[in-house]
Write a protein of this length. Structure first.
Length: 332
């Protein structure tokens, strides 16, 4: 990011405006939106991750503690995506040697859920450091660092999770090095019913199942579905949204990793869901519905079926979160 780094060097940080502490929440996300692999995603109201950040007399970036990760995440500030991205941003601003920062990461969402766990943490950390510094940067100036966080977390710097987590709402990602993040209108009654079965589907394993080559007829079908979904969102056309949210490329490969997937899909569509598919790389699944009532019914039915099969699960029902990360008050 050399040109971007040079741009940040021109930012003037007023050390008198730096806060003593800040607490930030960043939301979970549903990447792909079924048919839009690596290019579409949206934020939800829950779950999400939280970062508490404190100004310190001792220079440098440190992690005080991590909660809710079961000891899986590193405390080393160079290996943890939250602290590593904060260090990267402070370095590009030219103030890494001039400021001390301590971080508490509170994981309210499960790791490996397919709901953008690493994205939520990274976005919370970057939004927190920007808030601590007095908000010298716009959200779009934080985006390259969010993408770098994804590269550190999973080896692939994609923005389908971090874009909606940072910007809120539904986002379309275009390009690679010349990244465009496009906000898509959110229909008022569009709800997500998410079920997270307690099975392990590592992101790297899920990516390895994706075919390197696809049939042209499948590509044409998928392109039409993506275009139809975007058009349906702009027009609040729930029929078009429903018909378009179908995945003929990624889902057939990844569904085999998720127990009861096709039975869950049948349950969702039978009980009024607009669509059903995999959230991110799974194992979480998402049923899109018109209104919260249908989303509640669908998730309850799916959970009941999984319970009968001896599979524990969590569920979340949410409208699309259009706000993205937010500063929270400190509580005793």
């Amino acid at each position: 990011m050399p040109s971007y780094q040079n741009k940040l060097r021109d930012k003037k940080i007023d050390f008198d405006r730096i806060l003593d502490k800040v607490r930030v929440f960043a939301p979970a996300t549903v990447a792909n939106m079924i048919c839009g692999f690596d290019i579409l995603g949206f934020a939800v109201n829950e779950p999400g991750d939280e970062v508490k950040m404190y100004r310190s007399e001792e220079k440098g970036v440190r992690i005080r503690s991590i909660e809710g990760d079961g000891g899986r995440l590193p405390l080393d500030p160079d290996r943890n995506t939250v602290s590593a991205c904060v260090k990267m941003l402070l370095s590009d601003l030219g103030i890494l040697a001039d400021i001390g920062v301590e971080i508490e990461l509170i994981k309210h969402m499960p790791i490996g859920s397919g709901l953008g766990s690493s994205s939520a943490s990274t976005v919370a950390g970057l939004y927190a450091i920007n808030s601590l510094l007095g908000n010298p940067l716009h959200k779009d100036e934080l985006m390259p660092y969010c993408v770098e966080g994804e590269r550190l977390a999973c080896g692939h710097g994609h923005a389908d999770n971090v874009a909606p987590a940072l910007m809120g709402g539904i986002t379309l990602v275009r390009g690679g090095s010349d990244l465009d993040i496009v906000k898509i209108p959110v229909p008022q009654d569009l709800y997500a019913g998410i079920v997270f079965p307690q099975v392990d589907v590592p992101t790297r394993d899920a990516r390895q199942l994706i075919k390197e080559k696809i049939l042209l007829k499948d590509a044409v079908t998928q392109w039409g579905n993506i275009a139809g979904l975007v058009a349906g969102l702009f027009q609040s056309d729930y029929g078009l949204i429903s018909r378009s949210m179908q995945d003929v490329i990624i889902e057939p490969s990844r569904a085999i990793l998720i127990p009861e997937f096709y039975t869950m899909k049948e349950i969702a569509l039978t009980h009024g869901a607009l669509s059903f598919g995999i959230s991110g790389s799974g194992p979480s699944v998402v049923a899109m519905s018109q209104g919260p009532e249908a989303a509640e019914v669908v998730t309850a039915k799916i959970q009941a079926h999984l319970s009968e099969k001896g599979i524990e699960s969590f569920k979340y029902v949410s409208a699309v979160n259009v706000e993205g990360p937010k500063v929270l008050p400190f509580t005793n």
